[in-house]
Design a protein around this ligand. Structure first.
Ligand SMILES: *[C@@H]1O[C@H](CO)[C@@H](O)[C@H](O)[C@H]1NC(C)=O
Ligand SMILES: *[C@@H]1O[C@H](CO)[C@@H](O)[C@H](O)[C@H]1NC(C)=O
Ligand SMILES: *[C@@H]1O[C@H](CO)[C@@H](O)[C@H](O)[C@H]1NC(C)=O
Ligand SMILES: *[C@@H]1O[C@H](CO)[C@@H](O)[C@H](O)[C@H]1NC(C)=O
Ligand SMILES: *[C@@H]1O[C@H](CO)[C@@H](O)[C@H](O)[C@H]1NC(C)=O
Length: 482
């Protein structure tokens, strides 16, 4: 029927109806312009009310400043963590998580595959509260649902706690997070927009096998509130759509891609698909705040004289004072002796017996090996330098030992020699051995360094007996680090 009824007899009625409809239409358009943020759904309603309120404020200001919405600054209370682990592994992994979790301050949950057994009960107050993951075996009609349980954890974490949520941070039960840096980095993004922030693998083949555009779950990934909500809503369909995929992170990435969002990689998130001694990597960390750390179980301890747990706690001593500088590489030269100093704040210090430019020292020394067998280079997502015994190439290596506040309200970190270098002095640059240095002291400002447009600079202020003293400062306008 419809418009075919519009013959001569009822023509005038039709015209009246048409005009009436057009008037209604314009009234509707006018009204909906006035209320542009009418919620589309009442699903997750508490969260939705918040986000529609902030949206209506941010529309005009977002034109002026595209990345920051007119909102209070993001802090830890706006983040919810979803950690997915197994009951079996938690017995030994809980110490890793407890090294960074702040009880009653950090929000979030640990999702276990089953109820915790005797050794874990009563549940530690220093651990995240736990939940047992939803049983997906009936829904998916199969018994091995490991990958899907991890993905479904996103929805479960969102479901359990999304009031005032700005970012959902997902991780494994062996992910070590640096909370202050995570908050500072996330505060730079507009949480009312759609963001999928994650870390690529350091190992090229891992990215190739899974995806270059996925966030690796062990490194942790962050979903802004609107994306977390959209993904939670689509979760069951997404699990069905990608039932053929076995990898959790790849499935997550695929579901997010279908929402229309792609990965923004962050250089401070570390899957650590590396093996052995990663001191070379951490001594030339990219100029980006360190956000996480993973595969702690399979690495050699970060500090040669400590075990893994002690190493995590030791690194946290520096992290608790200043995460903005943690493992940031600062380089300066001692011209009297032709030495280069490279400090990875809170972790290590190197002395080289010749002048090397920053462009060179930025490349990690390849102290580590690949995650799995790799037939030929390139192996890593960054350039490396080989290990060398050449006295003009090999550093004297020192590791973080202690941290304290000075009477002038600066921060003093000290680094002590790991072992004798065992080679003669570098002859070509004047034969100035650094063998006698056993300790390096570094003074840094007590204020955080959030803007990372340029690295910090330093001066070697004294080389005295067995000790070298270095002061951090901002680089001068025309300073060249070479
Ligand atoms: C943010 O919004 C408040 C009102 O909610 C307004 O008073 C303030 O001027 C706005 N600030 C900016 C930078 O737009
Ligand atoms: C975090 O921000 C909220 C406002 O969104 C504020 O009420 C709260 O006090 C802040 N918390 C901290 C620890 O700064
Ligand atoms: C956390 O809060 C609970 C209840 O509010 C309290 O019993 C517990 O002692 C708190 N834990 C810490 C470590 O502050
Ligand atoms: C530093 O090394 C250069 C060669 O690279 C050499 O010419 C110069 O004399 C050395 N300076 C000192 C103080 O040893
Ligand atoms: C370098 O110094 C060592 C002792 O410090 C000395 O034995 C050696 O002869 C020197 N070599 C050169 C080439 O000057």
């Amino acid at each position: 029927m419809g418009s075919s009824n519009c013959n001569l007899d009822v023509g005038s009625i039709c015209r009246t109806l048409l005009i009436f409809c057009m008037v209604l239409y314009f009234v509707f358009i006018a009204l909906s312009n006035q209320y542009p943020n009418c919620p589309a759904s009442e699903f997750f309603s508490p969260f939705w009310k918040i986000s529609s309120a902030t949206n209506s404020i941010s529309i005009s200001s977002s034109v002026l400043s595209p990345t920051i919405s007119n909102d209070s600054k993001t802090n830890l209370s706006h983040l919810v963590f979803g950690l997915v682990g197994s009951e079996k592994a938690w017995h030994h992994r809980k110490a890793y998580i407890e090294s960074w979790w702040r009880p009653n301050i950090t929000r979030g949950f640990l999702f276990l595959d089953k109820e915790p057994t005797a050794g874990l009960i009563p549940w530690s107050g220093a651990s995240p509260p736990y939940k047992v993951s939803d049983d997906l075996t009936k829904f998916l009609k199969k018994t091995d649902v490991t990958a899907q349980r991890i993905i479904h954890g996103i929805m479960e974490a969102f479901r359990e706690d999304h009031e005032n949520l700005r970012w959902l941070v997902m991780g494994d039960d062996d992910s070590i997070f640096f909370l202050d840096n995570i908050v500072d980095v996330l505060a730079k993004f507009d949480h009312t927009k759609y963001y999928y922030l994650g870390g690529q693998s350091e190992f090229i083949l891992s990215n190739h096998w899974f995806s270059f555009s996925q966030g690796f779950g062990g490194a942790g990934f962050m979903l802004s509130a609107p994306l977390a909500r959209a993904l939670a809503k689509d979760m069951e369909n997404c699990l069905k759509r990608y039932a053929h995929l076995k990898a959790a992170d790849l499935t997550t990435k695929s579901c997010i891609a279908d929402i229309g969002v792609s990965l923004s990689p962050l250089k401070g998130l570390h899957q650590i698909d590396l093996r052995g001694d990663i001191s070379g990597f951490l001594s030339s960390h990219p100029k980006s705040p360190i956000l996480s750390f993973h595969h702690y179980d399979v690495l050699e301890p970060l500090f040669p004289s400590k075990d893994r747990f002690e190493s995590a706690r030791h690194l946290m001593k520096a992290a608790n004072v200043d995460q903005s500088r943690l493992v940031q590489q600062t380089i300066c030269h001692h011209r009297d002796k032709n030495w280069s100093f490279s400090i990875s704040w809170g972790y290590s210090a190197h002395i080289y017996e010749r002048i090397m430019p920053r462009s060179y020292l930025q490349k990690p020394i390849e102290t580590f090996t690949t995650w799995t067998h790799s037939p030929h280079p390139p192996n890593y997502m960054f350039n490396t330098r080989g290990r060398s015994n050449d006295p003009c190439e090999a550093p004297h290596i020192f590791f973080f030992e202690s941290i304290e506040k000075t009477s002038r309200n600066e921060v003093l970190t000290s680094y002590s020699r790991a072992s004798p270098r065992g080679s003669p002095a570098c002859a070509s640059s004047g034969n100035h051995s650094a063998d006698f240095i056993s300790k390096i002291e570094v003074i840094s400002p007590s204020t955080k360094r959030i803007e990372m447009d340029r690295c910090e600079c330093c001066d070697v202020v004294r080389v005295d007996g067995m000790k070298a003293e270095v002061n951090f400062r901002e680089c001068m306008m025309d300073e060249i680090i070479a």
